[in-house]
Design a binder for this molecule. Structure first.
Ligand code: ADP
Ligand code: MG
Length: 303
């Protein structure tokens, strides 16, 4: 199965960055027809290969808010089907870095980004790249669950598909079910898909937000403290989910909870006042940090 956007763009070579609604509908139907569930395999090149495969990479990534620096000169690899955790004290630039990875700062007044963010070897900040497509390939889940409150559970999940003009009920039904299953929410909501998203518990709403992000079949999922407003049980469900999802999607998660970083991630990046201080395999960073500041932070001496 190809990524939805790749399917779209490969079928519409003359429109590499934005397809018409008919072509999207057609390719969406083809996509949904072969869509794989949580245990499915993906046909995206590189996704099934063993070992580390680079999915994204930043080079000297710097974000300013006016004259304030959010993060500076951050160069990091982001590997396919692995979880990267971003940790560090409040205000150190975790959210700023995360939002640069799918051009969310385009929408922030006064924010400017320099350096590069490579996705599959191409800089997403190149002038010909459509940020709307980028945000579909690199999805985002926020700190607070973000269901559209008046929309049904069903409509919440398929909102992104409707935005790109996919209207065919059979396609929407199939994608809705697939995404809810991927987000480990389907069993709980299958009998009340028409109920409002706001009728769900906080933990369920966060899984609904994840389902909505997954519905458009992203390659990368960015999560900004996705469990910070949840109880321990819901947190644990989301952490289990992250483990399952990383087989299908590359995940970057911001967390202020070091136990969570240690539980869910393969690699960890420690930020401090806008600088990347240390990056490495999570097990190494938490047991044998190279930098004094990393050690001080993970042992709770500040933060
Ligand atoms: N929209 C904004 N406008 C101005 N400054 C901001 C904005 N967002 C973040 N910052 C500043 O950038 C720095 C990094 O913030 P942030 O990335 O939110 O940190 P973290 O997510 O690690 O808590 C902080 O100094 C913060 O005040
Ligand atoms: Mg933050």
């Amino acid at each position: 199965m190809m990524n939805l956007i790749q399917t779209i763009t490969s079928k519409v070579p003359s429109l590499p960055l934005f397809a018409t609604s008919e072509s999207r509908q057609a390719s969406g139907a083809a996509e949904a027809g072969t869509s794989a569930g949580i245990s499915g395999t993906s046909g995206t090149p590189g996704k099934e290969k063993a070992g580390k495969q680079l999915r994204m990479e930043t080079h000297d990534l710097t974000v300013h808010y006016g004259s304030t620096v959010g993060v500076k000169n951050v160069s990091l690899p982001i590997y396919d089907n692995q979880v990267l955790a971003l940790i560090g004290p409040s205000g150190c630039g975790k959210t700023t870095y995360l939002r640069a990875l799918n051009r969310m700062h385009d929408l922030t007044r006064g924010a400017s980004v320099t350096g590069s963010v490579m996705l599959d070897g191409k800089n997403i900040y190149d002038s010909e790249v459509n940020p709307v497509i980028i945000r579909r390939r690199i999805g985002m889940v926020f700190q607070k669950p973000t269901p559209f409150p008046t929309m049904s559970i069903y409509d919440n999940v398929v909102a992104g598909l409707k935005l790109v003009g996919i209207r065919k009920t059979s396609v929407l039904d199939e994608v809705c079910e697939r995404a809810l299953k991927q987000a480990a929410l389907f069993e709980e909501v299958k009998d009340r898909l028409k109920s409002p998203g706001s009728s769900l518990s906080g933990g369920q709403q966060q899984r609904l937000s994840i389902a909505r992000a997954l519905a458009v079949d992203p390659e990368v999922l960015l999560m900004d403290e996705p469990t910070s407003s949840l109880d321990p049980q819901s947190t644990s469900r989301i952490e289990d989910l992250i483990h399952e999802l990383k087989n299908q999607v590359t995940i970057v998660i911001v967390t202020h909870n070091m136990q969570q970083a240690a539980r869910v991630s393969d690699n960890t990046a420690f930020f401090y006042v806008g600088d990347l201080i240390e990056y490495g395999p999570t097990s190494t960073l938490f047991t044998k940090p190279k930098e004094t500041r990393t050690e001080e932070y993970i042992t709770g001496r500040f933060g």
